[in-house]
Design a protein around this ligand. Structure first.
Ligand code: ADP
Length: 276
């Protein structure tokens, strides 16, 4: 990707029929990538044409979640056709990730290859994913943004002003504060925050009751606060419970919405796919 100029215009402008969702979070580890991957598969299961851009350039986990990563963490390189790249397809979803472009030396793991890029390089990479990857006609494009309020979020705001932003948070009040900030950045770059997804909510216990490992109410709180700063209400779109099956599915590269559709987390994500 290095050094190439972006020649084509950026697609997904105001006349595009593709719905573009940028999935963001205030901090890492809240399940943003897991939610993105499962949501993409749930949408594809409904017959929609879905693409995912893994824009989490430093913490790319999308290839693994889609079962596209080998044991050493490397992901297949997209096929080149002319000057376009054909993205690999997994579970009916077209997937592109920076993890597919790393040159990993023989015998090393992909995780040992850091992507230490500055803002302009990141910007060019995201622009190139948009212009040089052949997604065809998509109904939905999901972007897995890096956590926080950094360069990539700002680039996506500039490149895809029509993208709608979904903020993922855990139910903890402290997480709500940082999640709110990522929503505020989206607003500053002119994007619309459409909703909040609360992840890692209460885990139903075998003997009855619910274990609220990460507290409760964070998703509702972020939605309420962001509603105050948007021109439209920001809804709590889903509350996804803690789930062993979801975590195991992520580790195995088999999204829980396919591996165990009756699992409560899978049910919550499928309902989210109906809603957006
Ligand atoms: P992020 O993209 O926000 O950094 P990940 O999607 O990588 O977060 O998730 C972080 C870890 O938490 C992963 O191991 C994932 O399997 C696990 N995880 C995410 N959501 C849940 C959940 N609802 N229940 C159990 N584990 C989860």
């Amino acid at each position: 990707l290095r050094g190439t100029k972006v020649a084509r215009g950026i697609p997904y402008g105001p006349d595009s029929l593709t719905r573009v969702y940028a999935i963001t979070s205030g901090k890492g580890g809240v399940g943003k990538s897991t939610v993105t991957a499962n949501l993409a598969v749930a949408l594809a299961e409904r017959g929609l044409k879905v693409g995912v851009i893994d824009a989490d350039v430093h913490g790319f986990s999308i290839p693994g979640l889609f079962g596209l990563a080998a044991d050493d963490g490397t992901a297949p390189k997209p096929t080149k056709v002319g000057d376009m790249m054909l993205p690999p397809v997994a579970y009916g979803v077209k997937v592109i990730s920076i993890g597919m472009f790393l040159d990993v030396p023989e015998g090393q793991r992909a995780a040992s290859q850091a992507v230490a890029w500055r803002g302009p390089m990141l910007h060019r990479t995201i622009a190139q994913f948009l212009t040089d990857v052949y997604f065809g006609d998509l109904d939905v494009l999901l972007l897995d943004l890096p956590p926080g309020t950094g360069d990539v979020a700002i680039s996506v705001g500039q490149l895809l002003p029509n993208a709608e932003v979904v903020v993922v948070t855990t139910p903890q009040p402290a997480a709500a504060d940082v999640a709110e900030r990522s929503g505020v950045v989206a607003r500053q770059t002119g994007q619309s925050v459409i909703g909040v997804v609360e992840n890692m909510a209460g885990l139903p216990q075998p003997g009855g009751g619910v274990l609220e490992l990460f507290g409760s109410g964070g998703g509702e709180e972020v939605a309420k606060r962001l509603s105050e700063s948007q021109e439209h209400p920001v809804e709590l779109l889903a509350s996804i419970p803690l789930s062993l099956a979801l975590r195991e599915g992520g580790d195995a590269g088999r999204p829980v919405v396919i591996a165990d559709p009756a699992d409560p987390a899978a049910v919550a994500i499928s309902a989210l796919a109906e809603r957006i």
